[in-house]
Design a protein around this ligand. Structure first.
Ligand SMILES: [Fe+2]
Length: 374
């Protein structure tokens, strides 16, 4: 079997169209999905949502205050432009608008304010989509509350979905899992119920592999006590040739693993457009051998001394062993870029189009499944 060519750049995209090979957006049993990664909706003034913010430790206050400033600046101009472009790129056969979590910043420390933040974020994201279904997964910021549980209670009231739920779209299974509070039994039951689906999509804010930075353990079933669940899930996804769509990393990234049972593809999207140059950010990783290097290189420099004590009991050696479990990947690409995306699903292929920043034409096309495979 000849492996597919996995990615095409702008030039290849033009070539694809010029050669008469159309992406199967409008064919029989085909549909499109508009996709947003993290958006971290926030006020354009820090005090709109964070007047009551109370961190429990000083270093968190420093981190969060920096994020509030980032969000305020981003939501004044860049994010409205990005969302407007995403809506303009919608086509008639777009089935739904998908958000991969961290819709909002959180950190309101007030139930009513958190609820208001979620509602206003949904309004901002859906503007221009004319009532299209808005489907999302819970991200860590969507429930983030440093002191109380108000964030989680507000999110659950607003969204009203269980930890795991399924959307059927044509013959495809779209399985949504709350990676902040994952229900393993419900997830494996959903996978079993979806056996035989044309395509299986797992939508999770946290990726299914360790994240390649100092927060390496923030992924689905990433805690040490979930080791067997994590490995079993990877097996079940691989044998279904599943496609994982995730956020959290604030980058655009593609990973692929393949074994005798099948192929697992993970695509990470990002809409946190914090700097103008993120619309044209360079490729920062282009080799599976790079996976883990950001963790290794950044840990010593950036990680606060107490970080491991606050979040995990893992040692550095354990972290490297965990990352090495995923080092058998065949593709690893990563851009520190932001934008909006469209997924094109057909019986034989799944393609992700990336629109950098507020672009109205895609700069890259990722063949997630099928295209070019002989
Ligand atoms: Fe995020």
């Amino acid at each position: 079997m000849r492996r597919r060519k996995f990615i095409s750049n702008v030039g290849a995209w033009s070539l694809l169209c010029a050669s008469g090979c159309r992406l199967p957006e409008r064919g029989r049993n085909a549909y499109a999905v508009s996709v947003l990664g993290d958006t971290h909706f926030d006020g354009t003034d820090r005090n709109v949502y964070h007047a009551n913010y109370r961190p429990e430790v000083e270093w968190k206050r420093c981190v969060c205050e920096g994020e509030f400033l980032r969000n305020a600046e981003m939501w004044k101009n860049r994010m409205p432009r990005l969302l407007s472009s995403a809506a303009r790129c919608r086509t008639d056969n777009t089935a739904f608008l998908l958000h991969l979590g961290d819709l909002v910043q959180g950190d309101c420390c007030d139930y009513g304010l958190h609820l208001k933040m979620l509602r206003e974020a949904e309004t901002a994201c859906c503007r221009g989509f004319d009532g299209l279904d808005f489907l999302m997964v819970c991200g860590n910021h969507d429930i983030r509350e440093m002191v109380t549980k108000d964030g989680a209670m507000a999110f659950d009231e607003w969204y009203g979905k269980p930890s795991v739920w399924v959307r059927r779209e044509m013959d495809d299974a779209w399985i949504f899992v709350d990676s902040t509070r994952p229900d393993a039994d419900a997830l494996f039951a959903a996978l079993a119920d979806s056996d035989g689906a044309r395509h299986t999509f797992l939508v999770s804010h946290g990726p299914v592999s360790p994240t390649d930075n100092w927060g390496y353990f923030w992924f689905l079933f990433g805690e040490k006590r979930h080791t067997e669940t994590r490995r079993h899930l990877r097996h079940e996804l691989t044998r279904r040739n599943a496609i994982v769509l995730a956020g959290h990393m604030h980058c655009t990234s593609l990973m692929e693993w393949k074994d005798r049972e099948g192929t697992l593809v993970q695509f990470i999207a990002n809409s946190v457009w914090t700097r103008d140059d993120m619309a044209s950010a360079p490729l920062v990783a282009d080799d599976p051998r790079c996976f883990g290097s950001l963790y290794v290189n950044r840990k010593a420099k950036d990680e606060p001394e107490e970080y491991d004590g606050a979040y995990t009991t893992r040692s550095r050696a354990e972290a490297l062993a965990l990352i090495s479990e995923y080092a058998d990947m065949r593709q690893y690409k990563r851009w520190d870029s932001a934008g909006h995306y469209r997924l094109l699903v057909s019986p034989d292929s799944v393609d992700m189009l990336f629109y950098p920043g507020d672009a109205l034409v895609p700069s890259m096309t990722f063949a997630l499944k099928g295209r070019g495979e002989a």
